[in-house]
Design a protein around this ligand. Structure first.
Ligand code: SF4
Length: 493
């Protein structure tokens, strides 16, 4: 039989199908690039692979002049920047990586925030939720709304359901928290989801009864710690001026009863924090935390009215952040493992194909898809920040009410879909061409609050400049500083 006849009823293709085309040409797959410094560019593709190239190499790549079989050629091929005749499964691999990167979308909402009370006994000038005084029970969530919210939670198809109690000071309505946790746990005997609970609290009114309940239902605690005593107490005034003392005592009590990892803390950067990056990190180390989340202030509620939110520029915050990050890396190099959380989430996006559930680092944004918020009055919001905006009489991100809407109504509503369609960084002006777009996200509520529109004008956006600088800085450390790179890589393991 002549050898070149097509083989019928065979699982083999004709032999020219197997001939390598390496050495003849390559095609470019979609990628973007952005300047890292005056000599080099960060080049990324839509599945989040990156390479750093000199200007000469970038030109050679684009002009199809790469030296075939060079290390750079192989690196670009492995990372799906180019494809040649040898790359038979490259497109399938690319699709697989893209699906993995967006895998959170298929489960829909997993985080549900219950604002059980807007009352608080602190009077922080940077309060972003517009807290109410302790005696105003009208700002507590009602049982009927809590009951409907639980139905809402279990309507999500997500196997993981996290319920976070927020305030004001959420423990001022602890009896409702108790009722919700018992009710959800009972219902979950049948539903069998992975349910977890977190209480966000300043710990000032923590007592043994609450601690016992948290122990029984394995509830985690999230608190606020802004830094050393003077800074924390200045940021977070309360009667007796003892917020710091109560927080530290509360952290100790939680750890004694629930275990070391049951409590985490968040800091908020105020103008007074900017000069104290090391002292703030030292405070977290002293309190035996294994990480810190360096957060800038958000432009909502009292933070806007008192002017605290405009007390520093994004450039000043970036200087503060980089200084704290350098110090944290140094601490690691001296032998103490300690992470910065925002960098850790970005590194996960830069170095792995896996997504992060952080609402502001997603495309489309995590509005509704990752998180829904039930406000004290029964309104449903697309995120925690959306309900903060509502206290400023702006209801742009209200998706419905517990009295009138179901999970399906909200998730498939034109309002949510319309909002989400404007948060795809792949197609947003400037983001679409940005070399670090795969690692960034969108924050429509921030842009709406600061620029009066959802997409945001990126050249003047504080969100954009913050992410741009931090992501470039992380890639610079990964590429140019071996010691720092090892530390940063350890944060994603
Ligand atoms: S927000 Fe800025 S940094 Fe982020 S992708 Fe868009 S242009 Fe790039």
């Amino acid at each position: 039989m002549p050898l070149d006849l097509p083989l019928l009823n065979s699982s083999f293709n004709a032999k020219d199908k197997y001939r390598s085309r390496v050495g003849t040409s390559y095609a470019l797959l979609p990628f973007k690039f952005i300047k890292l410094d005056h000599k080099r560019y960060i080049v990324t593709n839509f599945v989040g692979e990156y390479v750093v190239l000199s200007r000469t190499s970038l030109h050679a790549l684009i002009q199809h002049k790469l030296e075939i079989n060079s290390d750079l050629y192989d690196q670009l091929k492995v990372k799906h920047f180019i494809i040649d005749g040898d790359s038979t499964v490259a497109l399938d691999l690319l699709a697989c990586k893209y699906r993995t990167r967006h895998s959170l979308l298929k489960n829909l909402t997993s985080l549900f925030i219950f604002v059980v009370s807007l009352r608080c006994e602190h009077s922080c000038p940077y309060c972003q939720v517009s807290r109410q005084s302790q005696d105003r029970q009208a700002f507590d969530m009602q049982l009927t709304h809590a009951e409907k919210a639980i139905d809402f939670v279990f309507s999500s198809p997500s196997p993981d359901l996290k319920i976070e109690f927020q305030g004001g000071e959420s423990l001022l309505n602890f009896e409702l928290i108790r009722w919700i946790v018992e009710r959800v746990s009972h219902r979950n005997d049948i539903e069998s989801r992975n349910v977890s609970f977190v209480i966000a609290t300043n710990l000032a009114i923590l007592n043994d009864d609450i601690l016992e309940f948290c122990a029984e239902y394995e509830i985690d605690i999230s608190t606020s710690l802004d830094g050393p005593r003077e800074l924390h107490n200045a940021n977070r005034p309360r009667p007796n001026k003892n917020s710091y003392e109560l927080t530290i005592e509360g952290i100790k009590r939680v750890r004694d009863r629930l275990g070391n990892d049951a409590v985490s803390a968040l800091m908020t950067t105020t103008p007074a924090s900017l000069s104290q990056p090391k002292a703030i990190v030292d405070e977290y180390l002293q309190q035996d935390f294994s990480s810190i989340f360096l957060r800038s202030i958000s432009p909502y509620g009292f933070a806007v009215k008192t002017g605290v939110a405009s007390g520093y520029s994004s450039e000043e915050w970036i200087i503060f952040y980089r200084s704290a990050l350098d110090y944290i890396i140094q601490i690691n190099l001296e032998g103490t493992p300690f992470r910065e959380e925002y960098a850790s989430m970005l590194l996960r996006k830069i170095l792995t194909p896996f997504p992060t559930g952080y609402v502001d680092l997603q495309s489309p944004a995590g509005l509704g898809l990752s998180c829904l918020t039930f406000n004290y009055d029964g309104s449903i919001y697309a995120s925690d920040e959306s309900r903060m905006l509502a206290e400023m009489d702006d209801y742009t991100f209200r998706l419905g009410t517990l009295d009138n809407d179901t999970f399906a109504d909200v998730i498939s509503s034109e309002k949510l879909i319309g909002l989400l369609s404007e948060t795809m960084t792949e197609s947003m002006p400037m983001c679409a061409d940005c070399g670090i777009q795969p690692y960034c996200g969108s924050d429509p509520v921030f842009h709406y609050a600061t620029q009066s529109e959802i997409v945001g004008h990126k050249p003047t956006s504080g969100f954009c400049s913050k992410n741009m600088e931090i992501i470039k800085h992380l890639i610079h450390l990964l590429e140019d500083h071996e010691d720092s790179s090892l530390v940063l890589r350890s944060w994603i393991s």
